[in-house]
Design a protein around this ligand. Structure first.
Ligand code: IMP
Ligand code: MG
Length: 179
């Protein structure tokens, strides 16, 4: 179905993202994590996680991969303040090294919720890895162990991230220009 084409300004290009992912994979490989499981927080991280695990493969890291679907936004662009778990992981996390992957660290609520949940289940270690770290004061005290890029305090789309379910397919991170 054809819809009017909004103007999207590139914030991080596909090429910049690809180059940075190779650096992140080397950083993660150097941590020498054991029985590593990557847990991607859906939906926004699905493309980042897919590219990251392939970059990890190319540096010889072969994790198990699982997904957890969390929601804090609904169709809004402002965090609702509560995090809902829509789908839980299937793997056993007890005693394992976990790499928690999310798209954006914004208020911090989503990542903090996921991290606390995995910690309560007895993971041996938890590292957090995000594509974008927004340049704002967080509502919750949490830092990403690994962040691909800093992001200005604007709502971004593309590379898996959406605005009301649109724009996930864009191969770059962009912002919608409202004129
Ligand atoms: P937080 O819980 O406020 O840190 O929000 C994190 C979640 O909100 C991320 O996992 C994203 O899915 C979503 N989010 C935050 N900022 C943006 C944005 O600019 N664009 C798209 N999704 C976002
Ligand atoms: Mg997300």
């Amino acid at each position: 179905m054809r819809q009017p084409k909004p103007e999207i300004e590139v914030v991080y290009s596909a090429e910049e993202i690809g180059d940075r992912l190779n650096e992140l994979a080397c950083e993660i490989s150097a941590l020498e994590l054991e029985r590593l499981a990557v847990i991607a927080v859906l939906k926004g991280s699905f493309i980042f996680a897919a590219d990251l695990i392939r970059a990890l493969h190319s540096v010889g890291v072969n994790p198990e991969v699982d997904f957890m679907t969390l929601s804090s936004y609904g169709q809004s662009t402002v965090s609702s303040g509560t995090v809902d778990i829509l789908r839980d992981v299937a793997i056993e996390v007890k005693g394992r090294d976990i790499l928690l992957v999310d798209d954006v660290l914004d208020s911090g609520r989503t990542l903090a919720y996921a991290k606390d949940l995995i910690a309560a289940r007895g993971a041996r270690s938890i590292r957090t890895c995000v594509l974008l770290e927004k340049d704002i004061d967080r509502a919750v005290e949490i830092r990403a162990d690994i962040a691909a890029f800093k992001c200005p305090s604007v709502f971004v789309v593309g590379y898996g991230m959406d605005m009301a379910h649109r724009f996930r397919e864009l191969p770059f991170v962009g912002r919608v220009v409202t004129s």
